[in-house]
Design a protein. Structure first.
Length: 201
């Protein structure tokens, strides 16, 4: 039986081990003599590929892995912030309307308004709506008629009459239809029985 010789090769150290018949050792060593220098080059190349690249995540002392920043990384774009709008919408404009009042009715309107002494915009607008509907045969009024009514009694005009009407509708004093309110019984009762408000003290 032919005696076998084992030879091993290590890429890390450049060591070579080969298993061959003892009679072929001289031929094997002749080939190894030309192969070993190439083997060292392969081993050095393998070590270079094992080294971490700049883009490889680095492990910090705390155990957290943080990826290195890339030179080609694009900055994260933040969504544009919406600008806050000021006010509650577009300003409203009004024009004088013909209320069809006689001189006596104008006087009676002013006296009634003064007797109710409304002290907030909702009550001021409600008193005007109440008097116009009760005394001019209207079923509903427009914002221009409310504006003209407030001017008639010498009251300051709200910035947005439509907003005041919305508040009155929420309180069930009026029904708001296309900004042309109809007076509800709750609104009538408020003007008739709750105004003027009792004085404190």
């Amino acid at each position: 039986m032919t005696e076998q010789v084992k030879i091993s090769i290590s890429l890390a150290t450049g060591e070579v081990t080969i298993e061959a018949p003892a009679s072929a050792l001289s031929e094997v060593f002749d080939r190894l003599e030309s192969f070993v220098p190439r083997l060292r080059e392969i081993a050095e190349s393998a070590r270079e590929h094992e080294e971490p690249s700049p883009d490889t995540p680095k492990e910090l002392g705390s155990g957290v892995v943080t990826p290195a920043p890339s030179a080609h990384a694009e900055p994260v774009k933040q969504p544009p912030q919406k600008k806050a709008r000021g006010g509650s919408g577009k300003n409203e404009s009004y024009k004088a309307a013909d209320l069809g009042l006689t001189p006596d009715q104008r006087i009676a309107f002013k006296e009634f308004y003064a007797s109710k002494a409304p002290d907030n915009q909702s009550d001021q607008v409600l008193v005007v709506i109440y008097w116009l509907i009760q005394n001019t045969g209207r079923e509903k009024v427009t914002m221009d008629e409310i504006f003209t009514g407030l001017r008639t009694v010498g009251e300051k005009i709200p910035k947005r009459i439509s907003s005041v009407l919305s508040n009155l509708a929420l309180a069930s004093h009026i029904s708001k239809e296309s900004n042309e309110p109809r007076l509800l019984h709750i609104g009538e009762d408020h003007v008739m029985h709750s105004l003027p408000k009792p004085k404190k003290g």
